[in-house]
Structure formats: C-alpha cells, structure tokens
Unconditional design. Structure first.
Length: 151
C-alpha cells in the first residue's frame, strides 16, 4: 500500500444518539460521508475498527462552540467523547468548529435535489455534517502548487 493511501482523516459529527462519520480521500483533499453509527457501548470499538480498516492517521471531531464563542453542555460531552476515544485509538484527535454544519448539511442536500424523505433521515444529515466538518478542516491544511496537501 502506498504511503499516500495511509493518510486518511476521519471526520466525526458527535451526537448523543447518532454519530456521523466522513472520510477523506487518500490525498486528504475531499471529504465524503462514510456512515452513521449509533452511540452505544460499542461505539469506541467500532470507530477503532474503522481507523484500522481505513488506515486513518488523524481524527477530526466537530466542536460545538456557541455563536458567542463560548462552550456549552454539548461541548463538555464532546470533550468526554474525545477523551474516551483517545484511550482506544492511537491516532491524534483534533477539534474543528462545527457551527452551522447541520444547517449547511440540510442546505447541501437540498442543492443536490435530495428527496424530502431522505432529508428527514437524521443519520444521513449527520453523515453529511461530518463531511462538512472534515472538509472545513481539509480546506485549512497547507497545500503545494498543485493543490495537494503537504502534511
């Protein structure tokens, strides 16, 4: 397997019921929704298995910051989730501002002419939100003259 294939990034949209997941392409340029999993006792092992299977080298978790820039009860839940996950996986975990990602996900789905029934599927919205969180992170990474991520 080439070195480039071993540098995927996993994006996570954390929710107390469901967790949306997205993966970067091997060049770490494009984020794509991967799947939605249920938040239960097996969630950490399930994410660890995905990290191993997909050769993930970094995890980006959406961080719920209020419009005023403060933290909330949900922010603390995300911190606890990340702390527990870090006990199971050996890759770094970073946070990415997730303000408006659910609204952006819904707007994206409308733009893509997604059927109303599919837009009501909360799991699909969570997966899209994870892709938006991850894409926002990817867009901030340094790139070379050809637009490839240099890290």
């Amino acid at each position: 397997m080439s070195e480039q294939q071993e540098k995927r990034i996993l994006g996570i949209d954390f929710g107390s019921r469901r967790i949306g997941l997205a993966l970067s392409d091997p060049s770490r340029t494009i984020a794509t929704g991967y799947k939605t999993i249920q938040f239960n006792n097996a969630v950490y092992d399930e994410i660890a298995a995905i990290v191993d299977l997909k050769k993930v080298r970094l995890i980006v978790i959406g961080f719920p910051i209020s419009l005023k820039g403060g933290e909330s009860k949900k922010t603390e839940e995300v911190r606890r989730f990340a702390a527990e996950l870090s006990k199971i996986v050996s890759v770094p975990i970073v946070f990415q501002d997730e303000r408006f990602t659910s609204k952006d996900a819904m707007a994206t789905m409308i733009t893509m002419n997604t059927r109303q029934k599919q837009r009501r599927d909360k799991g699909r919205v969570d997966e899209m939100a994870a892709a938006i969180i991850l894409q926002s992170f990817l867009n901030t990474m340094p790139k070379d003259n050809q637009g490839r991520v240099t890290q």
